[in-house]
Ligand binder design. Structure first.
Ligand SMILES: [Cu+2]
Length: 476
């Protein structure tokens, strides 16, 4: 599968909002949906038509190079090295001299080999260059990746309309994304939520119809608790996959929690005619209006009883090195640094980036627990199964630090120390604050791909400000 992704500032019409001038893939928000089959090669050519980067004088854990990018195939189990899903590359724009001389806009080739046994499901892509990720994603740079395969052949699913629902969270002021110039940016600039590039579009189902929605939380800042609102009988939501991995059977859900970066595939079963809304808790405007109208489908469409599971489960007894339990804490220390970015966004616990001066005041140490690309926080040996516990150090309940590990999906077995009735595969998992903040425990097997990549908070401005670690997958 081949696709050119032309990145430049574009004027985009956002229905329900108006004209927006922003960085786009191919002139649209969201970018094009990429469909691949298991075993295919995804060949992407990025053209960076953005202007030269402004000079940067702040530290490396403050926003910088807003017009450089790269590519992340979020959630996919593919190589993080070379010209594949390598978020340590930089796709720079022209330099000021090159732009002044009218030189060609640079092109960058990415080749992602999708394994033949890759779980079929819903993934997404976005730029992931440290220092510029948040500003680019809140401008709408994101798109869905669909990996086609076995689950699509289930008769009830094959019969359902396949609808990609990309939820974007745009940070706009007067139709522009203000530069990420201070911590206040996140709260001072209101979020505008769009579905497939429109504010509150309408989706129509017929009574008795079942549609498959691929919900993508292409958001940077806000965790979404989704519900279908309206008079009963409301359409029924059956979740069939989380983060691209199909369940063993559909699960009826009253609400769907999507932290930033999560996906959920759902089968939506429409009953009586009526108007309903897909709502996110705390967001005043519906994300989408759902209209059930027209001639009933006869006989009513069905939801399958069982599904081909996307990945086999792993067990606690598979943990190969019981001494290798990792515990990671995502924690913000406010008011540490001078200037516009006073907060220290840290990852503490196992593998934390060490302090420059271990005898100094750790809370004032700009190295301690912050991202350092030259330091390896976690060395992870292929073939081993490990257990991680990740928790948040936040006391404010609304404050969410979603944890995202690149390259290997992980099986969440516990939340807040309690075993889940059914463990769930994730690549990103939300951690709400509170007293105490939430924790999750997961099992992960490092498989197939060596290389250096990252684990980080998917509240993406936190990542740009240092809430990120390096992981190094190595040969057994
Ligand atoms: Cu965070």
């Amino acid at each position: 599968m081949e696709q050119t992704l032309d990145v430049r500032f574009t004027d985009v019409w956002v229905p329900g909002y108006g004209q927006v001038g922003t960085r786009t893939y191919n002139g649209t928000v969201p970018g094009p949906t990429l469909r691949v089959r298991r075993g295919d090669t995804l060949r992407l050519t990025h053209i960076n038509g953005l202007p030269p980067n402004p000079p940067h004088t702040g530290g490396h854990n403050t926003p910088h190079r807003p017009n450089s990018l790269n590519l992340h195939t979020h959630g996919m189990h593919v190589s993080p090295s070379g010209r594949a899903d390598n978020v340590l590359r930089e796709f720079a724009p022209r330099t000021p001299d090159e732009a002044a001389a009218g030189g060609a806009e640079p092109r960058y080739v990415t080749t992602v080999q999708v394994p033949a046994d890759h779980p079929a499901g819903t993934y997404w892509y976005h730029p992931h260059l440290h220092g510029s990720t948040a500003e680019q994603i809140v401008g709408g740079m994101a798109g869905a990746i669909i990996v086609e395969g076995d689950v699509d052949e289930v008769p009830e699913i094959r019969a359902a309309a396949d609808i990609v629902v990309v939820i974007s969270e745009l940070k706009l002021r007067d139709g522009r994304v203000p530069a990420f110039a201070s911590n206040a940016w996140v709260t001072a600039v209101a979020s505008t939520f769009t579905v497939n590039g429109a504010v509150n579009p309408t989706l129509v189902l017929r009574p008795g119809e079942v549609q498959r929605w691929r919900l993508v939380a292409a958001t940077a800042v806000t965790a979404l608790r989704l519900t279908v609102a309206g008079e009963t009988p409301r359409p029924t939501v059956h979740q069939i996959a989380q983060d691209g991995v199909t369940f063993a059977a559909p699960l009826v859900r009253q609400e769907i929690d999507l932290a930033m970066g999560n996906r959920a595939d759902v089968l939506v079963q429409a009953g009586a005619a009526g108007r309903y809304a897909l709502r996110a808790e705390g967001v005043p405007v519906p994300l989408m209006t759902i209209e059930v109208a027209g001639a009933p489908v006869a006989p009513p469409m069905r939801v399958p009883r069982s599904l081909p599971p996307g990945r086999p489960l792993i067990e606690d007894s598979d943990v190969t090195d019981p001494g290798a339990d990792r515990e990671v804490v995502l924690h913000v220390d406010p008011g540490v640094f001078p200037g516009a970015f006073p907060n220290a966004y840290r990852m503490l616990g196992t593998g934390a980036t060490p302090a420059a001066d271990p005898h100094g005041d750790l809370t004032r140490d700009p190295a301690y627990g912050l991202f350092d690309p030259a330091f390896t926080n976690h060395t992870l040996r292929l073939g081993t199964v490990e257990r991680w516990t990740v928790r948040t150090g936040e006391t404010v309940p609304a404050f969410n630090h979603p944890f995202h590990l690149h390259t290997n999906q992980f099986l969440v077995t516990h939340r807040n120390g309690r075993r889940l009735p059914v463990p769930v595969w994730h690549d990103t998992v939300g951690l709400a604050g509170g007293t105490p903040g939430e924790s999750v425990t997961f099992l992960v097997k490092y498989e197939d791909f060596t290389g250096r990549t990252i684990a980080h908070c998917h509240q993406l401005h936190h990542e740009d400000l240092g809430m990120m670690q390096t992981v190094h997958y190595i040969e057994p």
